[in-house]
Design a protein around this ligand. Structure first.
Ligand SMILES: NC(=O)c1ccc[n+]([C@@H]2O[C@H](COP(=O)([O-])OP(=O)(O)OC[C@H]3O[C@@H](n4cnc5c(N)ncnc54)[C@H](OP(=O)(O)O)[C@@H]3O)[C@@H](O)[C@H]2O)c1
Length: 255
């Protein structure tokens, strides 16, 4: 029996695929049968990951992408569309962290975080929307938000503001683009151990934070596979504008 999560014949672009969640998602989508393009700024890492994921059943490629730069976003989509003919799935995952109390946050930090985590998500989603709207079959866009866009925590003001905005942008785009058969949903992960936060999560402060999570553990990128495959596949054909929280129950203990 074919799985309802089967992605055979579909093509996907994943931003921020050079490490962490995006790099793992490339494997998940490949194993589900999709052809995948990995995108980010560090091309050496992309090339290595694409080589690791090479297999006889699907196409894997990579493209350099800076999500803060419109020309770069357009070029990456053009290259992906040229390679695969069309783009069915876009995982809008690239992001950077911010650290520091709001009173001390510089304008530069604010601008950098908003440029990547909000404007970048917008630029990628708009390009995805334009490509998908031009094809009557539409597509699915998955934005990566965060529980920090919902719960309140000190030291992450620009990051939290951007992630809250990503959730609402998801709803607005879902509303506008349903007429083009484009679904727009989000995943809001809790703490997932990656390069972005490993130092903090493995510190004594991180150990304390872990105790507040009902499941008493941090997440792994694999913990997001279920939400990803659901939103990427036709299994979620009646879902749009939704955000799936995957956080070991963290939000329940901090609202
Ligand atoms: N880890 C968590 O606990 C957690 C929780 C909630 C949400 N998230 C979100 O999950 C996403 C992935 O994060 P991660 O934890 O996997 O962190 P990560 O390992 O640091 O990965 C971040 C990725 O984003 C890419 N990136 C950063 N700026 C970019 C730009 N301007 N253009 C293109 N790519 C860019 C990086 O690639 P290059 O440097 O090669 O460009 C990298 O591949 C982020 O949106 C993050 O906010 C993470």
């Amino acid at each position: 029996m074919t799985s309802i999560f089967d992605l055979s014949g579909k093509s996907a672009l994943i931003t921020g695929a050079s490490s962490g969640i995006g790099s793992h998602f490339a494997e998940t989508l490949t194993q589900a049968g999709a052809n995948v393009v990995l995108a980010s700024r560090r091309t050496r890492r992309l090339k290595k990951r694409a080589k690791e994921l090479k297999n006889p059943h699907t196409e894997i490629s990579w493209v350099q992408l800076d999500v803060t730069n419109r020309d770069s976003v357009e070029a990456a989509f053009h290259e992906t569309a040229t390679l695969f003919g069309r783009i069915d799935i876009v995982v809008n995952n690239a992001g950077i962290a911010s650290q520091g109390l709001a009173l001390e946050t510089t304008e530069r930090t604010w601008d950098d975080v908003i440029a990547t985590n909000l404007k970048g998500v917008w630029l990628v989603a708009q390009q995805a929307g334009q490509h998908m709207a031009a094809d009557s079959r539409g597509g699915t866009i998955i934005n990566i938000a965060s529980i920090l866009g919902r719960r309140v925590m000190g030291g992450v003001a620009p990051y939290a503001a951007a992630k809250a905005a990503v959730e609402h942008l998801t709803r607005v785009l879902a509303y506008e683009w349903a007429r083009h058969s484009i679904r727009v949903n989000a995943i809001a992960p809790g703490y997932i151990v990656t390069d972005m936060n490993r130092d903090y999560l493995e510190s004594p402060l991180g150990e304390k934070a872990k105790l507040k999570i009902p499941q008493k553990r941090f997440g792994r990128p694999e913990d997001l596979d279920g939400p990803l495959l659901l939103l990427a596949s036709d299994a979620s054909s009646y879902m749009t504008g939704s955000t799936i929280v995957a956080d070991g129950g963290h939000l329940q203990s901090s609202m």
